[in-house]
Design a protein. Structure first.
Length: 545
């Protein structure tokens, strides 16, 4: 028999090659990867799934049983009405120290601490599912589920924020145990917005310890129940994703959502307003921007980037030190080109100003949420529409004409040095040059910069078309609204690069998110076959990183 590691690889490959309906692939992967013994889970899968003529596995029986087990294990609602008697509830408050066992937070008027059951509702597990349960959670937890559920009220209940208990029952939190009663709580982010608001108040990885803070010798919560529901956290989340996708309605392919309030303002009026505003001294404009930034921070909160702040009136302000002025100038130039030559939903460049300390880029806001926060809940049809939208707009980018008077083939958007983490990756840092490299007279000169002396025979060939390129397509910079592409943002890396650059850079930035990379592959399949360029890039990445 093949060794267990090979069994795991074989089953995982069979799952990824099976062309399952989304998110069934992710559900089956969670059976392997979240099981208490992934090697034993893979062996169970091999014993359960018959081989196909093509050498793969018929995953139908495993997938069917797995879905039934997930549905039977725990309900997704916490029965808060199931309270222990007052004496027990009071003891649990004292035992748990007046803090939420999940988040570590104290009581709140709008989100109170409650004594809640750890497991909302245990449903009877049918006998045909006993073996798959054993393969997933192991024999000890299987017996605990079938015969040993604790009936001691002190072990069945804990003190938690009400919203945290609900989020936990829906798979948004997962427990890992260290020694004894020491545990770690991690938040699961499978699914789409809105996330439970309690997530934003919980540390990325919270350490806790179940102990009797009252020093009265009261027994602590049942660790087995927490281990059980934590094993099912990811499967629960993927099952919720499947239900959300099933209830969606497809948006028409011909209609894209409006990007922002600037979309409704007449073009001539906006141009006149911008031209008039630019007559004001830069120092005054910057003072206004800083005041708006202060207001924006109070109203909208901080953004995911320290240098970007949402402002009132549908605007964003990006701030950088003077050494990074070239990056902001490049983004301003790129957005001007895009506005002039394409219909891409991108921010409108409004102003670029500097003082003795910093540079400021003002742009309009593009509506939508970052793709990374909702890609899990895109239906297959929405995924196809996203591919369609991206193909359309990348085609428009590639049609932007380059200034015929430029002597450089490869440069940033304003015909100057390129700023790109990939270009800098294999270069020794030069304090005089900084992070801006080039520009390059031809592709051969660019290829030489990408090489590393340790791999002299690994190099790109010349002769590619040179196109205008975003150069940083990733799950943060692609925005969606109602399942459709609503904008592409963050153009500071953009410029004129070989035709494969956006494709290989997307793989460089995001190496593990397979659904996004499948979308990227489908988008660029229409524009060319860049597999050989990606293979060369991977060799260079692997060495330099």
């Amino acid at each position: 028999m093949e060794n267990s590691a090979t069994d795991f690889d074989r089953v995982l490959a069979a799952i990824r090659d099976a062309d399952l309906r989304y998110p069934d692939e992710e559900l089956l992967e969670s059976f392997l990867e979240d099981s208490i013994d992934s090697e034993n889970a893979a062996l169970y899968a091999l014993q359960t799934c018959p081989a196909t003529r093509g050498g793969g596995l018929d995953l139908t029986p495993l997938l069917s049983d797995w879905k039934r087990l997930i549905a039977a294990e725990v309900s997704h609602e916490v029965p808060f009405h199931q309270q222990p008697d007052r004496v027990v509830a009071a003891d649990i408050w004292k035992r748990d120290g007046g803090k939420c066992c999940i988040t570590g937070l104290t009581n709140s008027l709008f989100d109170p601490l409650v004594v809640a059951p750890i497991l909302p509702i245990m449903k009877p597990i049918q006998k045909p599912l006993h073996n798959i349960l054993k393969a997933f959670v192991g024999p000890e937890l299987q017996q605990w589920v079938l015969h040993g559920e604790s009936h001691n009220a002190y072990r069945r209940y804990w003190l938690v924020r009400k919203s945290a208990a609900t989020a936990f029952s829906r798979g948004f939190y997962q427990f890992e145990f260290d020694e004894g009663s020491v545990y770690y709580v991690a938040a699961r982010r499978i699914g789409g917005p809105p996330w439970p608001s309690i997530h934003d108040k919980t540390p990325e990885l919270r350490r806790g310890c179940f102990a009797d803070h009252s020093a009265s010798g009261i027994v602590t919560p049942d660790i087995s129940s927490l281990q059980l529901i934590s094993r099912f956290a990811n499967p629960f989340r993927w099952s919720c994703v499947a239900r959300e996708i099933a209830g969606k309605k497809l948006q028409p392919a011909t209609k894209l959502p409006n990007t922002s309030l600037w979309h409704y303002v007449p073009e001539r009026f906006v141009n006149t307003l911008i031209s008039t505003w630019h007559l004001a001294p830069a120092s005054f404009r910057i003072l206004v921007y800083r005041c708006l930034g202060f207001i924006g921070a109070k109203v909208y909160g901080s953004s995911c980037s320290l240098k970007v702040q949402q402002l009132p009136f549908g605007m964003y302000l990006k701030t950088a030190g003077l050494t990074w002025h070239e990056g902001l100038a490049n983004e301003y130039g790129a957005l001007s080109l895009i506005r002039q030559h394409t219909r891409m939903p991108a921010p409108r460049p409004l102003d670029l100003a500097s003082d003795s300390d910093k540079s400021y880029l003002l742009t309009s806001r593009v509506s939508g949420v970052r793709l990374g926060s909702c890609i899990d809940t895109l239906s297959e049809d929405e995924g196809h529409l996203l591919v369609y939208d991206l193909q359309k707009y990348i085609g428009q980018l590639r049609a932007i004409p380059k200034d015929a008077t430029s002597k450089y083939a490869i440069s940033n958007a304003v015909d100057e040095a390129c700023y790109d983490h990939r270009v800098n990756m294999c270069l020794d840092y030069d304090e005089t040059r900084g992070d801006f490299v080039g520009p390059f007279i031809n592709e051969a000169q660019f290829n030489k910069i990408l090489q590393t002396p340790a791999l002299p025979n690994v190099s790109h060939c010349s002769g590619h078309n040179i196109f205008f390129t975003h150069s940083d397509l990733n799950l943060r910079n692609v925005l969606v609204r109602n399942g459709r592409l609503s904008g592409i943002v963050d153009w500071e890396n953009s410029g004129w690069y070989p035709e494969y650059w956006d494709y290989t850079k997307a793989h460089f930035i995001t190496k593990l998110h397979r659904r996004w990379l499948r979308i990227v592959n489908a988008v660029f399949k229409r524009h060319g076959d860049y597999d050989s360029e990606l293979a060369i890039e991977r060799q260079l990445w692997d060495y330099c990183m």
